[in-house]
Design a protein around this ligand. Sequence first.
Ligand SMILES: [Mg+2]
Length: 265
Amino acid sequence: MPVADAVALRLAGSPLVVMLDVDGTLAPIEQRPTDAKVPTETRRAVSALAAADGTVIVLVSGRAAADARRIVGVANVWIVGNHGYEIIGPEGETLIDPQVEAYQPVIAQAGRRIQPRLADVPGVIFEDKGWTLTVHYRMADPALVPKVRAALEETVSALGLRLTEGKMVFEVRPPAQINKGTAVLTLGRNLGGLSDEGALVFIGDDLSDEDAFRALRSRGKAPVTVRVSEDESAATAAEFRVRDTSDVRAFLEWLPSARQRPVRR
Ligand SMILES: [Mg+2]
C-alpha cells in the first residue's frame, strides 16, 4: 500500500474526517453515470467507519447530494454535492451558499437553452442538478465535442455563468468561487478534522478533486491526500496515489486497525 504505516500517525487523531469522492473513487466509472454502483464490500467499509466513534464520513461529489447519497447508500454521513455548491448533513439539513442560491433561476434558464441544442447530438447526456448542469460526453463521437463545447460556452458567457471540465463532462456552474477545495476546507474545519487533535483524509480521482488536494495541502503536513489513478505519471497535487477503487476499499478497511495501533517511530 503506497499510503505507508507512517501515515497511520496522521490518521490517529479524533475526530478523523474521511472525505471521499464517489465516482471513480468508491464506485467504478461506468459508461452511463446512472449505472454507477458502490460494491457491497466498499459500502460495508464506509458504513463501519461512519458508525465508529471519532470518525466522520463526508461524501464529496460532483453529483447532486441526494444522488450521491442514493449511490453510496450509507446512513449518518455528510454530503458535499454539486462540487461544493450543496452541503447536506446527516440529519438532512441543507446548506446552500447564498451566492449560489441567487443563481438557481439563471441555471434553470441555461438548462432551457442548452438542452434543445444538444438534443440532436448522439451520445450526449444532459443532466440538470439544480445548482449546476452537467453534460456527459463519454458515449459521444469525439469529433462532436467541440460543437458541444461551443454551444455551452455561448450560453455560459451570455448568462454570466462558469464552464468547467472533468472526466468526459462539462459542468455549467454559478460564477461563485466555490469548488471542492473551498468546500472541504469549510466543512473540514467545522467538523474538527483540521483542528490540532483532529485528522483528515481526502481521496479522489478527478480534476475537480485537485482543488481539494491543493486546498488541503496548503494547510501543511497533517491532512492526508490520495489521488486514485492508474497512471503513475499523472500530475497531481495529492501526496499519495492508489490505483483504483479496489485500493480505496482496501485503504478504508485498513483504517480502523491503523487508528488502533498507530506505528510510532
Ligand atoms: Mg470522481
